[in-house]
Unconditional design. Structure first.
Length: 201
């Protein structure tokens, strides 16, 4: 896992040299996106969910930022929701490139209802920790890679995850985001594609 983090960092640090004039990553923004997720349980059929996400981040000191997020998805008679609240710390490791560390509180719920009958309605909370790299590889293109560990063993289970994303900054305020994430949880494997718009401040 450490080698994976170093590989991500090396790749992004290397690409950052192509744009010495690119801006630093911005940690104050709001983002709305649409999410296509596939959940593969150890027992039973796969679940396909369509979800919408709202998230935001606020930098409040030279190295610190807070963030919050909410997601709600439905599909195949299932409903899944999640919200999180966290704190991050960032350090500059190369021109236009930051390494970040963050922790968050997580609340997850999962519901299965068909034919007017609810067969499952469960929720649990826990914590997640992650580290990764954000880099402005050009004035308009930002790349991010991260690994994380989630501890919500009452619902999906504990496990590691990885995520990569890119943002095309149309101007100083508006940008388009595209990301992919995969989580190996104790009872489920979860893959997701996310596309949305970001407003930076």
């Amino acid at each position: 896992m450490k080698k994976l983090v170093l590989a991500i960092a090396a790749a992004l640090v290397g690409t950052s040299t192509f744009s010495a004039q690119a801006a630093e990553p911005n940690y104050t923004y709001v983002q709305a996106s649409y999410n296509w997720a596939g959940i593969s349980p150890e027992v039973g059929s796969d679940i396909d969910l369509n979800a919408w996400n709202l998230s935001g981040s606020l930098e409040f000191a030279e190295h610190f930022y807070g963030f919050v997020g909410y997601q709600d998805g439905t599909g195949d008679d299932w409903n899944s929701s999640m919200w999180n609240l966290g704190l991050g710390y960032k350090i500059n490791i190369a021109e236009n490139t930051d390494w970040f560390f963050q922790g968050k509180y997580i609340d997850e719920s999962l519901k299965y209802k068909t034919g007017g009958i609810t067969y499952l309605n469960d929720s649990d909370s826990g914590f997640g920790f992650g580290t990764g790299v954000r880099s402005m590889v050009t004035e308009q293109i930002e790349l991010q890679g991260a690994i994380n560990y989630t501890m919500v063993n009452g619902l999906y289970g504990d496990g590691f995850g990885v995520g990569v994303s890119g943002i095309y900054h149309i101007n100083d305020t508006w940008g388009l985001n595209l990301g992919y994430a995969y989580d190996w949880r104790q009872d489920f494997n979860i893959s997701a594609i996310d596309f949305g718009a970001r407003a930076s401040f």
